[in-house]
Every structure is written in C-alpha cells, then in structure tokens.
Ligand binder design. Sequence first.
Ligand code: NAD
Length: 507
Amino acid sequence: MSEATRGAATAPRRPPAVGPALHFVADAFVPAASGRTFETLDPATNEPITGVADGAAEDADRAVRAARAAFDDGPWPRWPAARRAEVLRRVADLIDARAEEIAAVECLDTGIPWDQIRHAQIPRAAENFRFFAEMALRLAGELFPTDGVFHTYTLHRPVGVAGLIVPWNTPFMLQTWKVAPCLAAGNTCVLKPAEWAPLSAGLLAEIVRDAGLPPGVFNVVHGVGERAGAAVVAHPGVQLISFTGETATGREIMRNGASGLKRFSMELGGKSPVVVFADADLDRALDAAIFGVFSLNGERCTAGSRLLVEAPVYDGLVDALLARVARIRIGAPLDPATELGPLIHPDHWHRVRGYMDVARAEGVTVAAGGDRPAGVDRGNYFAPTVLLGADARHRVFQEEIFGPVLCVTPFANEAEAVRLANAVRYGLAAYVWTSDVARAHRVAAQVEAGMVWVNSQNVRDLRIPFGGMKDSGIGREGGLYSFEFYTERQAVHVALGRHPIPRLGAG
Ligand code: NAD
C-alpha cells in the first residue's frame, strides 16, 4: 500500500472539534487566574481554532506548588520504579488508542501533514513512554570498593520539580520526549507548551490522568514564553529546566535561571549540512536530502538545510532536485496525500519570506519557490524553496530559517566540505553521503555536530545521545543520558571496618 493510500484509510476528513485549552493543575483543567485568553490559529486558514488560557506568574505559581506538593509529600517519587513504569506503559497504550484523535488535533494546530504526524510522531510519542519506563527499571548504580576499607555505591534519586518548555514544531512528540524520562525518574513537572501550538498538551493531560498518574505529578501552564515560561523558569520551587527552542531563547532562559542555580538541558537551533560526495548513491542521497528539509514543513531542528555537493556531480544533482521539488504535493494538513503543509503562523511566514529578500540582496539565486505557491491565496503556505550560490558569507547559509528552504553549495574536495560544514555557529546534526568508508569516518570525526548520519536519513534509536554542539545546545538527552539530567547521582560511603579517625581534643 502506498503512503497516500495508507493514510487515506484512516485520515479524518474534517477538522476535529476542540474545546478551549486550559491549564492543568493538580488533575483539574482550570482557566487563567486573570481570566484572560488568546486564540490559537489554524495555519491552513488563519481562522481561530479556540481560546487558550493566557498564563502568568500566578498560574505558574499554582502549577509549581502542585508539582512541589506531589514531589515532597505525594506517592510518585516513593513508589518503586516498577509501579511508576506500569502507569507510564498505560500512558503509552492510551496514546496508541487515541492516536487518530491526537494526530488530528496536532495537524489542525501545527499544519504538519497528517501522514507525518499519524505514522511517525504519534507512534514515537507512545514509544517514548514505553522506552523510558523500561530504562528506569534497568537503572543501576555503581560500586567503588576501596581497598577493603570502604564500599561506596551510587544511587539515582529524583531531583524534584522540572520545568519542561517546548516549541511548536511536533509539540506532542517533543512533550513526551521530556515528560516520559522526567516522570520515569520519579520527578514531577510543569509543562509549558508553545503558544502557537498548545492544543495537544491538553490531550496528554487527559491521558496521564486516565492512566492513573497521581494528582500534581504532571501540570500544564499555557501562555506566552516571556510571561508564563519565564515565570516557570524563575520559580524557586523548580530545580530542572529542560528547554527545546531557539538559541536566543535558551540564552535568555539560562540568564533568568542562573540566580536560582537551576540545572539546564538545552536543545536549540540548527543549520545542519548534508555533505554529498561524488561517489555516493546519489538517488538515495537526494531522497534523504529532500525528506530531511521539506518534511515537517521544514520546521525541523535537525533539518539538513545546507546541501553541500562535490563539484563533479553538482549540476546533475541540482537538476534532479529542482525536478523533484516542483512535484512536492502541497495541501491541507488533514489530507493524507499532502507532503507539505502551511507554516505555523503568519509571523513565521513573513520571517521565512523575509529571508528571500535577504538572499536576493546578497546575490543568492532563488531557483525554486521563494513565496506563496501559485494559486494558494490563504493560509501560511510557502512553496518548497531552493537557493543557489550561497556560501559561508551569506546570511541564508548561516541562519536557521526553519522553513522549507534548502541552500545548495558546491565544494571542491574533502577539506573544503568539512570547512563549509563547520562554517556556522550551529552544530546539531550532519549527514554524510559517500561510498568511501575511510572518508565517511574521517569526515564524521571532523564535522562539528552532536549527531552524524552516514549514508542515512535521520533515523533515531532512543538509547542514543541526542543534542548539539556549539550554539545548538548544552547536554544530551536520550537513553541513559536523560537520566543523567533527570536524576541526582548520590554517593553513599560505607565504612567496612575501623578506618582511622583523627581524635581532636582527645589529648
Ligand atoms: P522559541 O524559543 O520561540 O520557543 C520555545 C518555547 O519557549 C515556547 O514554549 C515559548 O513560549 C517559550 N519561551 C519563549 N521565551 C521564553 C522565556 N523568556 N522564558 C521561558 N520560556 C520562553 O522556539 P520556537 O519558535 O517555538 O521553536 C523553534 C525553534 O526550536 C527552532 O530554533 C528549532 O531549531 C528549535 N528546536 C530544537 C530542537 C532540538 O532538539 N535541538 C527540536 C525542535 C525545535
């Protein structure tokens, strides 16, 4: 069955009905203390979908107090890991059971195509809960025997209350990526969804409640980042901040949390290279390059937004790329045949469109796309775009555009490929295509990126460290690395005999 037919069998035809997005505090859905709301928009039409509780300091305080009480006095951190794991596995089962509904709400709210949400992001969200439940059961301490005098061992202990702040691209999956390890480790949390895509967080709240999570363990505060998010970061009751979003926001959050000595995990922006050598399987490299930057509407942190191509195959690859890009199916997010949907918000559309003026002013050629697709007169649709002639001097090569925009640049040799790949401030992902095994390893070891894929698209195993170098982040999450962040490693020193103790004052 083709992807399109598979989707057609299950996709809802009409947008789902959704109620207002409320905060979720101590197991209850509640409006903002101020009573204020703002609207979330359908990116395909820019019509309002529903109202969203406009959180501020008082709402954050209520949520953090609920999370604090659940941590200090509630059962969750004290339950054996196996009992917590049972609840988290039920969360996964409920995500599977409600997958169609979650996918429909997420498509409506984000504009990301149905097929990419329903068949990739939602199954991954359920998998996050199953995986981290299992990991928590397998956490083991270390033993340091010291010359028969001491045994020192380590324990993983939960830290406390975590503030989990997420962006609007693939919000449901990203929320579960943080919530699952945070809870599996025995912490409690306050989730701050992005203001442009708040709706699926409410479904997650219903699901964790129905799965039997004790009240106050999981809380949600909606609102704009500078108010609701900043209040969570500044709150003295919060010890951990896991943030995914723009680099500039990450800096601001670290400044605001510094005086409270919070522990931070920062998953930030990217401008990742796809390096294609002439000896690569060019058909597969092209498939992966196109999917890597045009899926999720180009709003993907690990997007390969700079295609670096060895000179002898540059012209042929660009021709093939342009032919394929012209046939990408642009359409309504809920249509299972759609490959590219609308950008999240009119402000973001204008930002992406603005880069086309920047490109032209700098002498870069807009070889495909660059604007609203022909014949589409509403919504935040942006045609798949190819920029030619950009190199390290140009802003469109340097800056994260976070839309369906690909820069293609030729290189002469391996040294130049590595130089171009590293000539940006980001270092999240890199993709290397070559049939020369030694070169693949050489280039991977020189590229400044937290994650390198060789002859592969972005395929992830949940055990593997996820995160970036340089301006793309601080720390790693995934597998055991998530538990490094979400637990305290406590050392317990046990004396085995009568080791010497200095006897001050004993004469
Ligand atoms: P953003 O930084 O604007 O917002 C992210 C979240 O932070 C939102 O919930 C927002 O409300 C909140 N926020 C904003 N200001 C805040 C403040 N002062 N204090 C506390 N919270 C605040 O990012 P975005 O536009 O929503 O998302 C796109 C960005 O996310 C891109 O840069 C993308 O690369 C990045 N991203 C990174 C990863 C990764 O894993 N590295 C994954 C997905 C997205």
